[in-house]
Design a protein around this ligand. Structure first.
Ligand SMILES: [Fe+2]
Ligand SMILES: [Fe+2]
Length: 312
């Protein structure tokens, strides 16, 4: 797809953006991060205020819950780069611009709320967290599909918002802290509305430009990476997160990739030309392999878990 075709499509989608903006404004509920933070658990830290230094035993959360919360927070922290990327892609005018700014404002709450929780509840080392934020944000985030089409960008965010929703939701569940669970459920509800917004655009794109839509979905699904993949030691952290079942290949395949594909009817659309059919075949082949890898991972994890519990 040429740049011109990309901008034609964005223009054609503008009406869909407007309809979905109105739907979003009618559905999204106002909420306040401070109401979700257990301030009564907080106290001064060491430093200029001479408070108590952080240490791990101040919070009962498990190691993997901490890791997952840090990954989720650092991912949210890169919002300036995400804003730059979507503003460059969608523009800052008209309905697209309204969405870009509103989305950014909503996303801003996520980092605020999670950081406040982590610090008040003394879940993580605040010095290490701040250093990790500096390292991560200094690298920035670049849209992997910057040389592709705007449709690739739309497809990516549809899957990414759902992936983020699931990551927050499952992190809350395994945290063992009802306050954390409640906060992350609230954040996940935002991510869900973001996903619906982008998914509806993708559905419209399948009607306007089915072959291009199928190509971009295929490219995105076959190369998908989490938005926080540039976090330092991401591979080690994501293995830990996968071993705990928070986000693994099975979750990715069953709860992220397939639901979006089903909703946009990517596997059933009947209006594809030859190029679209090639892309769909590629996608179907990839999904089968992803499913096989997910099964293998779950099997391996069960063996490791069994061996561990036999040792105890
Ligand atoms: Fe977010
Ligand atoms: Fe989001």
């Amino acid at each position: 797809m040429t740049d011109n075709r990309s901008s034609d499509l964005l223009r054609e989608l503008e009406q869909v953006v407007e309809v979905n903006l109105n739907r979003h404004f009618a559905t999204a509920k106002e909420w306040f991060p401070h109401e979700y933070v257990p301030w009564s658990r907080g106290r001064d830290f060491e430093g200029p205020l001479g408070g108590e230094a952080w240490s791990a035993e101040q919070s009962p959360l498990s190691d993997v819950a901490r890791t997952s919360l840090i990954v989720n927070l650092l991912t949210e922290d890169n919002l300036p780069s995400y804003h730059h990327e979507i503003a460059s892609m969608f523009g800052r005018d008209g309905a697209w611009g309204t969405w870009v700014h509103r989305w950014t404002a909503e996303e801003g709450r996520h980092g605020i709320a999670i950081r406040d929780y982590l610090l008040a509840a003394r879940v993580v080392d605040p010095v290490a967290l701040e250093r990790a934020r500096m390292t991560h944000m200094s690298r920035g985030f670049t849209n992997a599909y910057v040389d592709e089409t705007a449709l690739h960008g739309i497809a990516y965010v549809a899957f990414q918002e759902l992936a983020t929703r699931v990551a927050h939701r499952n992190t809350g569940r395994i945290s063992g802290d009802p306050v954390c669970d409640q906060l992350l459920a609230r954040v996940a509800a935002d991510e869900n509305l973001h996903m619906i917004f982008y998914r509806n655009l993708l559905t419209a794109a399948f009607q306007l430009a089915p072959d291009d839509a199928m190509r971009s979905v295929c490219d995105v699904v076959t190369t998908f990476q989490m938005p926080g993949h540039t976090i330092e030691n991401f591979t080690r952290k994501s293995v830990q997160i996968a071993m705990a079942g928070i986000y693994d290949l099975r979750v990715h395949h069953d709860e992220v990739v397939l639901p979006v594909l089903r909703s946009v009817k990517a596997l059933e659309v009947t209006n594809l030309g030859p190029a679209g059919e090639v892309a769909r075949d590629e996608l179907v082949g990839f999904l089968a392999e992803l499913d096989r890898q997910a099964a293998r991972f779950v099997e391996r994890r069960a063996k490791i878990d069994a061996a561990r519990s036999a040792q105890v």
